[in-house]
Design a protein around this ligand. Structure first.
Ligand code: ZN
Length: 368
């Protein structure tokens, strides 16, 4: 099947996030280039001398997921209040950047190393810490496995790392197969305007009456269709739920294909281009995997939310156990967040009391 690799402008709509959030210093903004020349963004809030800590968002969202204006205290405000030099990365998956087709290999090779290098250049720090979520965590771990991030001293992995375990019968799992079934002409999936993509619209209409039982937000219904249950409704306050469209946008199909391949294979592998192209690129018929434990000898905390139905908690359990067996138990710990789903881990109305303290403790984790 053929893909249109032209990048097109993101159609993401947002109200300005540049509202003054309580307790936050003035943002410092840095434009920089990934290793292959793709323009990326870093936003810094200096809360003190701890860190620097890099926050990496998932796919189909942007760094704003860590600083919702609708929470009493969001994750960035929380980290700043606790004295962290906090850095938000908008990597090539960000819906605030122009849409482009990319594999997670591209992000692992070019985005994560460039972001860490830029932060070290600006701060003069020897090393950085990182809190990484979902597809951002997957790409970050692939980058570590490839040996690109020796200067990251502590990692907190939210929901998924090197092993991908998605529920067998969910819509997310089904959606990960959709790109394989489509003809050329559709370059992205989006929750904001289903009418532009007839197949998506048709499939969506079938399930929307079922979804409508939980709430009456069309954006929320499309999100549920695309990713499965991304959050527990009970965890979101009404203001956050009403403004969900500010957080989400288009996700390119090449990334969906790659996530689908890893979901079916169960762990991180390079993109499968098909036998002929694999032989040309990799020198082997099957794409190589990222299962090299050696670069992971550093403190890592794996965090899964108990009710996550996008990536099952067994995803982090597998990477956690695999690394303990390979490198010894001293470097690793795992934390479960009871009662939480996927994105409410950061967007929940009481996350500042429930989940942020767990993530902060994980940043301070020292090998035993
Ligand atoms: Zn809803």
């Amino acid at each position: 099947m053929a893909f249109d690799y032209r990048s097109s402008a993101a159609v993401f709509r947002t109200r300005s996030q540049d509202v003054t959030l309580q307790g936050l210093p003035m943002a410092e903004r840095y434009d920089f280039l990934a290793g292959d020349g793709v323009p990326l963004k870093l936003t810094r809030y200096v809360g003190g001398t701890k860190g620097p800590v890099l926050l990496v968002h998932g796919a189909g969202v942007w760094s704003g997921m860590f600083m919702l204006p609708t929470l009493k205290e969001n994750f960035v405000q929380y980290l700043v209040r606790h004295g962290y030099d906090t850095w938000l990365l908008d990597w090539r998956a960000s819906v605030q950047l122009p849409l482009r087709q990319f594999t997670l290999d591209d992000a692992a090779d070019h985005d994560m190393p460039a972001a860490v290098r830029r932060i070290r250049e600006i701060t003069g720090a020897e090393s950085v810490q990182a809190v990484v979520h979902c597809a951002g965590s997957a790409a970050f771990f692939m980058s570590m496995a490839a040996g690109h991030l020796p200067d990251v001293r502590t990692v907190v992995a939210s929901q998924v790392a090197l092993h991908h375990h998605t529920p067998a019968s969910t819509r997310f799992k089904a959606l990960l197969r959709v790109p394989e079934l489509l003809d050329a002409g559709l370059d992205s999936l989006t929750p904001d305007d289903a009418s532009r993509t007839p197949l998506f619209q048709a499939a969506f209409t079938k399930v929307s009456s079922f979804l409508r039982m939980e709430c009456d937000s069309p954006v929320c219904h499309r999100l549920s269709f695309m990713y499965g249950r991304l959050y527990r409704h009970a965890r979101l306050n009404p203001e956050t739920h009403a403004r969900l469209e500010e957080q989400f946008g288009r996700c390119n199909l090449l990334t969906f294909r790659h996530l689908g391949q890893m979901s079916r294979g169960g762990h991180a592998v390079k993109f499968d281009y098909g036998r002929a192209e694999n032989l040309r690129r990799y020198g082997q018929a099957r794409p190589p995997d990222y299962l090299d434990p050696e670069p992971f000898q550093r403190p890592i905390t794996f965090v899964s939310s108990e009710q996550n139905r996008t990536y099952l908690p067994s995803s982090t359990e597998r990477t956690f156990q695999w690394l303990r067996e390979a490198n010894g138990a001293r470097w690793y710990q795992r934390r479960m967040l009871p009662g939480y789903g996927h994105l409410d881990t950061f967007m929940g109305s009481t996350a500042a009391e429930d989940t942020y303290p767990v993530l902060r403790e994980a940043l301070e984790f020292q090998p035993r």
